[in-house]
Design a binder for this molecule. Structure first.
Ligand SMILES: COc1nc(N)nc2c1ncn2[C@H]1C[C@H](O)[C@@H](COP(=O)(O)OP(=O)(O)OP(=O)(O)O)O1
Length: 163
């Protein structure tokens, strides 16, 4: 079964009060509803991941980020042996250059969080394994497998060992 192509974007800024921060959002609908996630979604047919992530950021937060302002931060493959239809490959991007203020959408309630106090317990279980590395500027290639509950990480491979 082919992997669903998804994209994620971690917008970052440095605030006087909290220092380096990343924009996350409570997923209000769909897959992973209730979790804090990065902005993103499906890469539609005919779209590149870069085109998709520019569109998803705008749709989900009203923030405009230009393709040239985005950095590729990695590729993470998610495997759900109990639900193979959920398997996906996610192109991860980041940017500290964008325009507009984050606004709530039908899908996402955006909120800034400090790098040094990430709400990992409110995110997908794998966030603890690779989000801090991405925010530290590391390019991450990973393959994450989930247990029967489709919530708990059962295995993770990084670098050349990943898909
Ligand atoms: C650590 O962060 C994440 N880990 C995991 N395992 N999965 C994540 C993480 N952040 C986002 N996701 C996944 C969940 C989905 O596969 C996608 C995005 O969610 P969704 O499919 O709901 O995207 P939508 O915005 O609803 O898609 P469309 O707007 O295109 O319908 O990322």
């Amino acid at each position: 079964m082919s992997l669903t192509s998804m994209c994620l974007c971690y917008l970052t800024r440095v605030s006087d009060a909290a220092g380096p921060e990343v924009l996350l959002g409570v997923k209000k609908t769909g897959f992973g509803a209730g979790k804090l996630v990065g902005l993103g979604g499906h890469v539609e047919p005919g779209e590149s991941p870069l085109q998709a992530v520019v569109r998803e950021v705008m749709e989900e937060s009203s923030i405009r980020v230009e393709p040239a302002q985005l950095r590729e931060l990695g590729v993470v493959t998610f495997r759900f042996p109990a639900r193979p239809g959920w398997d996906s490959v996610v192109s991860v991007f980041g940017s500290d250059r964008f325009s507009g203020e984050a606004e709530e959408s039908d899908e996402i309630a955006p909120e800034w969080f400090p790098f040094d106090d990430l709400p990992l317990a409110r995110m997908w279980d794998d966030a603890r394994l690779w989000l801090p590395r991405v925010l530290a500027g590391e390019y991450v290639t990973a393959e994450i497998s989930f247990a029967e509950d489709c919530e708990t990480v059962s295995g993770a491979r990084f670098g050349e060992d990943a898909a």
